[in-house]
Design a binder for this molecule. Structure first.
Ligand code: AMP
Ligand code: ZN
Length: 470
């Protein structure tokens, strides 16, 4: 399996540190609002990476944090006359609701910054003791000049950064070098704070992830992931902190997802093209949002538009319909064994699996993996029409479920229609069949209308009447 490693700018063979085990950290959202469609991309993409790793037999420890200490959360709390804790608790819960809707599995551990303060203070102290950090009036800075490899992930050169005055390098007179960054900042009046050897205050953003990754996964981890905007400075700074404090390489593979634009423009609140996942879920089912994200390769930019979402909805419907047809076929088919010809053809089924794995093994190419599923859907529809044996239909169904399950799409829903409704619907269908046999078409049509009013659509097939309820 090959993965593109931002650190080396190459696709590399994936070999975890410990055989059969993967330690993976994904930067999570700052919780001051609902998650937006951009945030949904790393959620869905790295959930799929995890599912595929598990499919390959790895035991994955997946850590995704919540940043629950931040200026944006404090501002929101002040505006609403609330507390930072209340705001972050609320939006963590909302983020979980969206993640559940998107079929994103819970991480093994979801650490929160507020619960990691001891570790944060300890790591900053180590950096000070080792000469990588300095304190000035209650603020502690990381001294980037002390870490010769600074810039190795983003391929930025320190001198260029300083001369160019990059917008991401904050100006501050107390810093020894313009690229130095804050590890600890002093308390401001009315803000939450924690005690430290440098006075009361709170941590900078970057140190949080270094500490949470080490606490829950160890000093060296296999995969570190997040959106591409995090490469600099966030991930660059994480490397500087972790490698200086631990004296060991931090993450072996760095994976970054591309950005989502809206109508080909950068998504921003001021342009009015900013969508939360919740906004979109009011217009399209959550599963379509997941499918939309997986229709592109995770490193390519993707553009969000209503037309594309519509196309994805239709595509997903096609897969789900094929699945339903198969289900119905199998329920109603006689228990027949595969014919000799089917036995030969069943090898073709294995080809779909091989192609799917080939796509996913190539740096998680979900776009190609989805194409393979479409081909399997075509294969399945033809088989059902041709009236294959039940044993063969079951094999196709297994394969379709198997591949869709890896991507977390078109999963089989438990039947939500009550037993009472099922009995009523089936009685009406039986009456309609009788009416048709008696050539009483007016009655048959009336029953069809009655069923439609109940939200039931019916379809006459060779195996009998197929029905579904909204
Ligand atoms: P934030 O809450 O802004 O720190 O973002 C949380 C995660 O979402 C990070 O991994 C970001 O890189 C990612 N992210 C933010 N905006 C977008 C976007 N428009 N497209 C893709 N990923 C994004
Ligand atoms: Zn992070």
């Amino acid at each position: 399996m090959k993965v593109y490693n931002t650190l080396t700018r190459k696709k590399e063979e994936f070999v975890p540190m410990e055989e059969g085990k993967v330690k993976m950290y994904v930067c999570g959202p700052t919780v001051y609002d609902y998650i937006h469609i951009g945030n949904a991309r790393p959620y869905v993409v790295f959930d799929t990476v995890r599912r595929y790793l598990e499919y390959k037999g790895y035991e994955v420890t997946y850590v995704q944090n919540f940043t629950d200490v931040d200026d944006k959360i404090i501002n929101r709390a002040n505006k609403e006359n609330s507390s930072m804790q209340e705001i972050s608790d609320r939006y963590i819960e909302e983020a979980f609701r969206d993640a559940d809707g998107l079929n994103v599995r819970r991480a093994t551990i979801h650490p929160r910054v507020t619960q990691e303060m001891d570790g944060i203070v300890e790591m900053i102290q180590t950096l000070v003791d080792k000469g990588f950090a300095y304190a000035d009036n209650g603020t502690v800075y990381y001294n980037t000049k002390m870490f010769p490899e600074y810039g190795k992930l983003s391929r930025k050169n320190l001198d260029e950064l300083i001369a160019g005055g990059s917008e991401r390098v904050a100006v501050d007179d107390a810093k020894k070098n313009p690229t130095d960054f804050v590890l600890w900042k002093p308390k401001k009046e009315g803000e939450p704070s924690w005690s430290s050897p440098w006075g009361d205050g709170r941590p900078g953003w970057h140190i949080e992830c270094s500490v949470m990754a080490r606490h829950h996964l160890g000093e060296t981890i296999d995969i570190h992931a997040g959106g591409e905007d995090l490469i600099f400075p966030h991930h660059e700074n994480e490397i500087a902190q972790s490698e200086a404090a631990n004296g060991k390489p931090f993450a072996r593979y760095w994976l970054h997802n591309g950005f989502i634009t809206v109508d080909n423009e950068k998504m921003s609140k001021s342009l009015g093209n900013f969508f939360t996942v919740r906004d979109i879920a009011a217009q399209f089912p959550y599963e379509v949002i997941r499918f939309f994200i997986l229709n592109g390769h995770y490193r390519s930019p993707i553009n969000f538009s209503r037309e594309l979402m519509q196309a994805c909805q239709n595509g997903l419907e096609r897969i789900k319909n094929a699945r339903k047809e198969l289900d119905f076929y199998i329920k109603n088919a006689q228990d027949t064994k595969m014919t000799a010809e089917e036995k030969t053809r069943s090898a073709e089924l294995g080809n779909y699996k091989a192609q799917f794995e080939e796509a996913m093994d190539d740096d998680f190419n979900t776009a190609d993996a989805v194409s393979v599923i479409y081909e399997l859907v075509r294969f399945s529809n033809i088989a059902v029409k041709a009236g294959v044996s039940k044993e063969y239909a079951l094999m196709i169904q297994d394969m379709l479920d198997h591949l869709c399950g890896v991507l977390g799409i078109a999963e089989v829903q438990e039947d939500t229609v009550s037993d009472e409704d099922v009995a009523k619907i089936e009685a009406l269908i039986a009456q309609r069949t009788e009416a048709k046999q008696a050539k009483d078409f007016a009655k048959a049509d009336a029953i069809r209308d009655e069923l439609a009013a109940m939200g039931v659509t019916i379809k006459d097939t060779r195996q009998g009447v197929q029905w579904s309820k909204e």
